[in-house]
Ligand binder design. Structure first.
Ligand code: ZN
Length: 87
């Protein structure tokens, strides 16, 4: 078996893993910048109505949040919360 590297297999995998994680965090930062630029220039011309229901717990009341979401940049508008009372 030829000796190609002094690194152990686990060190090689660790190195690959770390290099991929570095790329992911770079891409994450780049995506964040692009999203901010999108927020700045978006004219919010197209909306879709969204809702999310939160189940109440023993101490929390159940509520449903409604909003309009821009289909381009994903920004929320006219967010309203409907709270459901006990009983
Ligand atoms: Zn928008």
């Amino acid at each position: 078996m030829p000796e190609q590297s002094t690194k152990s297999p686990e060190e090689e995998l660790q190195e690959k893993y770390n290099s991929i994680m570095d790329k992911i965090s770079d891409l994450h930062a780049e995506a964040g910048d692009i999203r901010l630029r999108l927020f700045e220039i978006c004219k919010h011309r197209n909306f879709v109505a969204k809702r999310k229901h939160y189940e109440g717990g023993y101490f929390d009341r159940a509520e449903t949040v409604y909003w309009n979401e821009c289909t381009i940049c994903g920004r929320h508008f006219n967010e309203q919360t409907k709270v459901f009372n006990y009983g």
